[in-house]
Design a protein around this ligand. Structure first.
Ligand code: MN
Length: 734
């Protein structure tokens, strides 16, 4: 039997690498696989077990550890034979079973090519499910062997498999630096997905093969000679690039085969980094390097750990070729990527902490790798999509049709339902997870299949409790929306109760605080059309009643303290002819003629500052508001003359004042900068600056600054007016 010989070869190979190796577990695994898969055949007609033997052999060739090789041998046993996970654990222990189980889970991920987003989610899902990186390596090798034997499948399956491989597996192989597997997978996919291009390219390359092989041989011999002279032991190798990358290059650059520069590549493998640079020097002396094509990935490794020196040279007859120079260690990493790293790690961590932390270290590395993808030079690749905390923040679950939904970790079937559609969420009454009915607060896990049970009854809808259960903000906001709309009457009623309760709690009566004139500004501020709208939102819980009652209470307090307005006016009258009393200033530095301790407010329409000529206006219930005498609003106010009152600035005031100024200028790109500089020099705090260009190309700059005195403002205005292109500087009045 052919597969028995292959297994023999695998054993021989492992023994050659390590004569003391214990092969008993692997032999046991082979016997189990052999007997369990006994009645199964591959599509080729061969016994099925030839496949796991091949997978185990490939893993051994990559120097993967014994548990991985054994798991490779057993990787189809749980899925395709009567052996259960528990039985396997009994026979092979936790570690191997864990690996096989991981591969089995990945196998159950359905594949659909509907959209790019799906592929992206699937790739992420793969990584998040395979909590041990060895699971991915085994899965990739499994896929590679299946792709190598794809000729026995029918055309439809070939295309589906190839597409899935290209979308899910080759990007993963790339991420993990497993270049050799990636290239072979890509070429196989290319062959099945674009047979015409593929055959055409293969024919063209084959036709030139003799000629090219002779060319490479000539170059290699010349280099070999020089390296011998320099006493450098090196492995030299020449190869054409893999088909799919040539194809991609031809398509991307719209070029014919003979226009592709680095069609031919030679590789020089040496022992030390020092030698790499020496070889580079020697080759650059022999051939003219093409400018801009030298890359030092030794000093700057790629995110997937790839290291090499790359350079393109003009060879004999003017034909360019690429040279890659690297050490053996780099070569290993270049070919098997993460698997190589994994091995080095193992060597270094002897006798240290237990297995778990070792694996954590490996996972950490993958996470870093994925995080670093954004720095990858080719943005075209899946850089952004892979930049995620794959193992912590998200779960990936399936719809019954096999679409993948990505939800925040801790999500429930309710989150899932709303992720599908608002209507599904609003009508849901239950959920099945992996076929079993689960409570609505059940936490979903990556790989779960979720089916939502809905009811068409009009009486159904989300429950308020759901807001405390759901995890995703999307579900939360959709549920809130529903309540806002569906339960308006109820919310208004509830809102009124809450407000009443809050007013009572603060020690007031409803009628004291609920006054139209105070409610109106609140409605305006929050953009409500009616008091009921406000109650609806309070009842629903979006705005706290306390916040609203606080505003109302403030208005109420103001109305009594400032109130005595009649009194105030009377006092004004009686004090008119009296001498001023010793001044008493408020925070604003304003003295109201003849009145002490009254509520004073600087009006916000003209923002008066000390030095401005000012006038006071006795408001209804809000004390005296102070305007500049040139404020346009004062003109209309003075119609009610008996409400105007004399005010003046106190000699000293510690307060600061906000002023708005507007600068009109001819559009000029550096103006804003110059103004900002002037303000910085003046040391006046700038509160806001806003520039816009008018249709007729004037520039308007609104500036808000803080000053203590009018003179500061005057100085600044003078400086700004002196700038070139400035037409006008004025105080703003709203
Ligand atoms: Mn398999």
């Amino acid at each position: 039997m052919e597969y028995v010989e292959q297994f023999e070869a695998l054993r021989e190979n492992l023994k050659k690498k390590n004569p003391n190796i214990d092969l008993s577990v692997l032999e046991k695994a082979f016997n189990i696989a052999d007997s369990m898969h006994k009645d199964q055949k591959r599509k080729s007609g061969e016994p099925f077990v030839i496949h796991p033997v091949a997978v185990a052999t490939m893993l051994a060739d990559m120097d993967m550890d014994m548990p991985s090789i054994v798991a490779g041998m057993l990787h189809d046993v749980i899925e395709d034979t009567p052996v259960t996970t528990d039985e396997m654990r009994e026979m092979f222990g936790d570690e191997i079973t864990y690996l096989v189980d991981g591969v089995t889970k990945l196998k159950r991920i359905p594949y659909s090519t509907k959209e790019e987003l799906q592929a992206e989610n699937l790739r992420k899902m793969f990584l998040s499910m395979a909590s041990d990186i060895r699971v991915i390596v085994i899965k990739l090798v499994d896929r590679l062997h299946n792709m190598r034997t794809l000729q026995y499948m029918n055309t439809d399956s070939q295309i589906t498999k190839a597409r899935e491989t290209l979308e899910i597996y080759t990007p993963l192989a790339h991420r993990l630096g497993m270049t050799k597997i990636k290239w072979e997978l890509e070429d196989l996919c290319f062959k099945y997905l674009e047979p015409e291009y593929y055959n055409n390219l293969v024919t063209q390359i084959t036709q030139r093969r003799d000629q090219q092989e002779a060319y490479i041989k000539k170059v290699l011999e010349a280099i070999r000679g020089k390296l011998d002279e320099a006493n450098i032991t090196a492995f030299l190798d020449g190869r054409p690039k893999h088909f799919y990358s040539i194809h991609k290059k031809m398509i991307a650059q719209n070029k014919a085969l003979n226009q592709i520069y680095d069609l031919l590549a030679i590789r020089v493998i040496v022992d030390t980094v020092q030698e790499c640079y020496t070889v580079l020097g020697i080759i650059h002396e022999m051939y003219t390097p093409m400018p801009g094509r030298f890359k030092d990935y030794i000093a700057m490794p790629k995110p997937n750990m790839y290291q090499s020196l790359h350079t393109t040279l003009i060879g004999p007859d003017g034909q360019p070729f690429e040279a890659q120079i690297r050490t053996w260690e780099m070569h290993k990493t270049a070919e098997i990527g993460i698997a190589a790293h994994w091995k080095y790690k193992e060597k270094g961590s002897k006798g240290g902490s237990g297995k778990t932390s070792e694996y954590d270290g490996k996972l950490e590395w993958v996470r870093n790798l994925l995080d670093n993808q954004k720095e990858i030079e080719d943005p075209d690749e899946f850089a952004q999509t892979f930049k995620m905390d794959l193992f912590t923040d998200e779960v990936f679950v399936f719809t019954p049709k096999g679409d993948v939904k990505c939800l925040p970790k801790g999500s429930t079937p309710i989150d899932f339902a709303y992720a599908i559609h608002t209507a599904v969420g609003n009508k849901m009454v239950g959920a099945r997870v992996n076929g079993e009915i689960k409570p609505l607060n059940h936490k979903l896990r990556t790989g779960d299949f979720v089916e939502i049970i809905t009811s068409q009854s009009q009486n159904n809808g989300p429950s308020r409790d759901w807001l405390n259960i759901v995890k995703s903000s999307e579900a939360k906001s959709k549920i809130r929306q529903w309540f806002k709309k569906e339960c308006r009457d109820e919310n208004i009623e509830r809102g009124r109760e809450i407000i009443e309760r809050e007013i009572k709690k603060q020690g007031y009566k409803y009628d004291q605080l609920i006054k139209n004139e105070w409610i109106e500004p609140i409605l305006k501020k929050y953009k409500f059309l009616s008091y009921d709208d406000l109650l609806n939102v309070i009842g629903f819980g979006d705005i706290s009643a306390q916040k609203i009652v606080n505003i109302l209470r403030e208005e109420y307090v103001k109305s009594i303290s400032g109130s005595k307005e009649e009194e105030l006016l009377a006092k004004m009258e009686s004090n008119k002819n009296k001498k001023e009393k010793p001044k008493q200033t408020s925070d604003h530095g304003i003295i109201v003629k003849g009145v002490e301790n009254c509520l004073v407010r600087l009006s916000r329409c003209c923002n008066p500052v000390p030095g401005d000529s000012i006038v006071g206006y006795v408001t209804r219930g809000r004390g005296v508001s102070v305007h500049r005498t040139d404020c346009p609003n004062v003109v209309s106010m003075s119609e009610t003359e008996n409400r105007m009152i004399d005010v003046r600035w106190a000699e000293k005031s510690k307060s600061t004042y906000i002023v708005d100024i507007c600068i009109q200028a001819i559009d000029n790109s550096t103006l804003l900068l110059q103004i900002a500089k002037l303000i910085a020099e003046s040391k006046l705090p700038m509160k806001a600056i806003n520039a816009r260009t008018t249709r007729d190309n004037y520039e308007l700059i609104d500036l808000t600054i803080e000053i203590t005195d009018r003179s500061e403002l005057d100085k600044l205005v003078k400086k700004i007016s002196g700038l070139e292109n400035v037409l006008d500087v004025s105080r703003t009045v709203k």
